[in-house]
Design a protein around this ligand. Structure first.
Ligand SMILES: *Cc1c(COP(=O)(O)O)cnc(C)c1O
Length: 383
């Protein structure tokens, strides 16, 4: 058994970002400034999209996306039950009504046929989540959106590297939103970014993300002197700090080598757990690029003798931290109370959520750590 606890979802922080944060502190630009602008440029270039707007979280970005796309009370937004609560909360914060469609059992992503069944006269938007980093089947989803004149917001919290038929995730719908939360593929501590091809949506995200003010605060005090600002709308305080962008600027340079490292870990898990009676992630077709954000096992007690929670606790006792992504949204009490949702409403997602266990997949893991995870899973299942 390992001597130290292996924490799930640890970010890899290297000296260049530590130095850059210190440089930010010394330059006195703590808030939104030149480093945020530079980080936006680098993400836009990586994603091949004209506009990228940095914010203080993906949750803020999803909320702003709903706001700038004009969602109103009574409007319905179809999303997935196999997601983090933030995807659903953002819809509620914008005053719209979330509607859940069940997922496909293999991809764990929104099933376009189930989405079709949930369309009503009030449906205004789709909010697909590229779960674990695997792209949603965007062609049928975009076809449904076109047919019913819906806007599409892609939750790309897991999906920085994700591609679908040559298109980068987050550039297929109207708006895509990335997360740089501490456990995601690249991190800024807290942080998010909205991607769009539309200059008008980009401008509105920028304005609404900073109080509704017409110009960036940092430009107000630039070298060319003070300029008056206007407040055009009642906005939010969602801007990213230079201190956060200082981290992201260096993280983005390693996005591809880290993906390669996670791919090695992924393949080791696939081959060295192949004979264990637990479900491993499904394969994907050549036209998809998986971001390899989460390695989600399916633990079926009838097959392996342990419930998900029992395996989770056994691994914990063996000093291996794991995650649960996710308990299905209708399993959570607030949604049952507020919307009357029941676990049986989305049976595929609920079964996946009851069995889901995520193994560590951080590029911070050494080969020894990966070996420890594999050995612990085998020991817990006595294989
Ligand atoms: C992490 C996550 C979010 C929220 O991201 P934050 O940056 O923490 O706000 C939203 N959706 C999904 C699917 C996530 O995993």
């Amino acid at each position: 058994m390992r001597s130290s606890y292996l924490v799930f979802g640890q970010p890899l922080i290297e000296p260049p970002e530590i130095d850059e944060v210190v440089a930010s502190m010394k330059s006195s630009w703590l808030g939104t400034g030149p480093k945020v602008a530079e980080f936006e440029k680098r993400i836009a270039a990586y994603k091949g999209v004209p506009h990228a707007l940095a914010l203080n979280s993906c949750t803020a970005g999803l909320h702003l996306a709903c706001v700038v796309l004009g969602l109103q009370p009574g409007d319905e937004v179809i999303t997935t039950p196999m997601t983090f609560c933030a995807s659903v909360n953002a819809i509620v914060h914008a005053g719209a009504t979330p509607v859940l469609a069940d997922v496909d059992p293999a991809t764990m992503n929104l099933d376009p046929e189930q989405v079709r069944r949930k369309i009503t006269k009030r449906t205004k938007a789709l909010l697909p989540v590229h779960f674990a980093g695997r792209p949603c089947d965007m062609d049928p989803l975009m076809a449904i959106a076109k047919e019913h004149r819906l806007v599409v917001i892609e939750d790309c919290a897991h999906a920085i590297e994700t591609e679908y038929r040559g298109q980068k995730a987050g550039t297929i719908g109207d708006l895509g939103v990335l997360s740089f939360y501490s456990t995601k593929n690249i991190v800024t501590g807290e942080g998010g970014m909205v991607l769009t091809r539309s200059p008008e949506l980009a401008r509105r995200i920028k304005v609404m993300g900073l109080h509704g003010m017409s110009a960036d605060a940092w430009k107000r005090f630039s070298d060319d002197g003070y300029k008056h600002y206007d407040v055009e709308e009642i906005g939010f305080k969602y801007n990213m700090m230079d201190l956060q962008a200082a981290i992201g600027l260096h993280q983005i340079t390693r996005v591809e080598p880290w993906w390669q490292r996670r791919w090695q870990i992924w393949q080791r898990y696939m081959s060295e757990l192949a004979d264990v009676p637990i479900g491993l992630p499904a394969g994907w077709p050549a036209h998809e690029r998986h971001a390899l954000h989460l390695f989600v096992l399916q633990v079926d007690q009838a097959r392996c003798g342990l419930s998900r929670d029992e395996l989770l606790m056994a691994l914990h006792r063996l000093n291996i931290g794991t995650g649960v992504h996710y308990r299905s949204i209708p399993s959570l009490s607030v949604y049952q109370r507020r919307f009357g949702w029941q676990r049986e409403d989305t049976p595929v997602a609920t079964t996946i959520g009851d069995r889901a266990l995520s193994l560590p997949l951080s590029p911070k893991l050494g080969d020894g750590d990966v070996g420890d995870v594999i050995a612990a899973v085998r020991a817990a299942l006595r294989r």
